[in-house]
Design a protein around this ligand. Structure first.
Ligand SMILES: NC(=O)c1ccc[n+]([C@@H]2O[C@H](COP(=O)([O-])OP(=O)(O)OC[C@H]3O[C@@H](n4cnc5c(N)ncnc54)[C@H](O)[C@@H]3O)[C@@H](O)[C@H]2O)c1
Length: 442
């Protein structure tokens, strides 16, 4: 334990990060900036090769950053035997829902099984993947303990040395595309399995984050992340529902939110949209509502918010139908250009994007759909979709019966888009300030 603390202070502690995705790779770069030697582990050989060739596969991470990290002792590997030589292993693997919208911990379990045989005393293992309270203690630790050869166990109670490894949970709280808060300024919540694990994990994150927030248990840290995301999910559902009412009443919800936001206390603005997207908000709340059932508890707010948010892409499609109808056209056979497929503006992340549901539903109802998104030259196969579409250039807009704004990327020139289109359906208020009969806000 003291060795690890000394290694952290001296920046010689060897850090391993499992999962070189949107969370793991930036985290690896933060550690390399502080001169820690970092190994990025991943089962995806293409990612490992890219990183070792100094290439980036995440839009907002330039290759210069990978090159700088490599110069500071960063390497990627798919060989989990390397865990034996590491002092810290941080797990950042996906936690999706399965087809029944239940937690799928397959990646955490597979990772735990892969690293367990290589564990040794004194190591620190941290889970960062978002998950339900109890995962670290009930799922991760038992696999790590039963799968290692040397008989090391997780440090519990007062243990701070001996044949033990240390375990903590620390949620990732990044907001992709948000450049207003530097990653190191986002306080890091940490809950260790025992006091010693908390202490060493706090020391580790204190080396790269400006503030750490210790909580009493891994479950409290797991629940903290879920509270944050459920708070967003429920409030987004609330404004989505109020938007539907405002549309019916002829009130501009955006104007209302802006006015309410002038209140200096007690109000935080959330914005309506075409539906939830991303890895977190549409997924994480259901981790808790699933776990709640084990305790004979119905998490009703979560289920209701899910119902409202899931309906939003269908509301957008219905709005396109109504807008075309006013032009005496049917959706069937109409040419629709979808602008933006990323789940939110200015990012290259397609996961759970409402655009995918909207495109599929438009096609199902007979529309001829094209899309444009500067971040996606093509959209192939995802977990649920297999669209196999190519990005259409943003030209000759008058050929489309309807241009549908799903993602309000900043690079779009909305004045020109409205000028050149026959009809614009705007699900994001991207055309605010533009007055035109052609715009239908939904
Ligand atoms: N993306 C975000 O903004 C964000 C924010 C907060 C929390 N999180 C959470 O962080 C975790 C990781 O998310 P992400 O966005 O980095 O995911 P990602 O899909 O971008 O990356 C995950 C990486 O893990 C790798 N991996 C390693 N072992 C794996 C295995 N056994 N099965 C599948 N993949 C394996 C994948 O190849 C991939 O490179 C998730 O729990 C997510 O909920 C994500």
């Amino acid at each position: 334990m003291q060795d690890l603390r000394t290694g952290i202070e001296a920046r010689t502690a060897k850090i391993g990060i499992v999962g070189m995705g949107y969370v793991g790779l930036p985290l690896a770069l933060l550690f390399t900036e502080q001169n820690f030697p970092v190994t990025g582990l991943d089962i995806d050989a293409a990612k490992v090769n890219s990183l070792n060739q100094g290439k980036s596969y995440i839009y907002r991470i330039p290759e210069t950053e990978i090159a700088a990290a490599r110069a500071r002792n960063f390497a990627a590997s798919d060989d989990y035997a390397r865990v034996a030589g590491l002092d810290v292993v941080i797990i950042c693997v996906p936690t999706p829902l399965n087809e029944y919208r239940e937690p799928d911990l397959g990646a955490i379990q597979a990772t735990a099984k892969a690293i367990a045989p290589h564990l040794r005393a004194g190591q620190l293992i941290i889970l960062e993947s978002t998950t339900y309270p109890g995962t670290t203690e009930e799922v991760l630790v038992p696999i790590l303990e039963s799968g290692n050869r040397s008989g090391v166990v997780a440090a519990r109670g007062a243990a701070d040395s001996g044949n033990v490894f240390f375990v903590a949970f620390s949620p990732e709280r990044e907001d992709p595309g948000n450049d207003t808060v530097a990653r190191r300024d986002i306080p890091k919540v940490v809950g260790g399995l025992n006091h010693a694990a908390s202490e060493v994990a706090i020391a580790l994150y204190g080396a790269i984050f400006n503030r750490t927030v210790p909580v009493s248990t891994p479950a409290a840290a797991e629940m903290t992340k879920l509270l944050e995301n459920i708070y967003r999910c429920v409030n987004i559902a609330l404004v989505n529902e109020l938007k539907m009412l405002c549309l019916r009443m002829g009130i501009d919800i955006w104007e209302v939110i802006q006015a309410a936001s002038t209140k200096p206390f007690g109000f935080h603005p959330f914005y309506p949209g075409p539906g939830l997207g991303g890895h977190c908000i549409p997924v994480d709340p259901f981790y808790l509502s699933w776990k709640a059932k084990e305790w004979d508890f119905q998490a009703r707010f979560i289920e209701l918010a899910g119902e409202i948010n899931t309906a939003m892409p269908y509301h957008v499609v219905d709005s396109v139908v109504a807008a075309l109808n006013r032009h005496r056209k049917a959706l069937h056979g109409s040419k629709v250009l979808v602008l933006g497929v990323a789940y939110k503006k200015d990012i290259d992340d397609l996961r759970e994007s409402p655009a995918l549901t909207i495109i599929e539903e438009l096609q199902r109802r007979g529309a001829e759909v094209s899309y444009n998104d500067p971040y996606f030259p093509q959209v192939g196969r995802g977990r649920k979709y297999n669209l196999q579409m190519k990005c259409t250039p943003l030209e000759n807009l008058s050929q489309y019966d309807c241009v549908l704004i799903v993602t309000d990327h900043s690079s779009y020139d909305y004045e020109t888009i409205v000028r050149d289109s026959q009809l614009v359906v705007d699900s994001r208020n991207a055309t605010r300030g533009i007055r035109s009969e052609k715009i239908v806000r939904c």
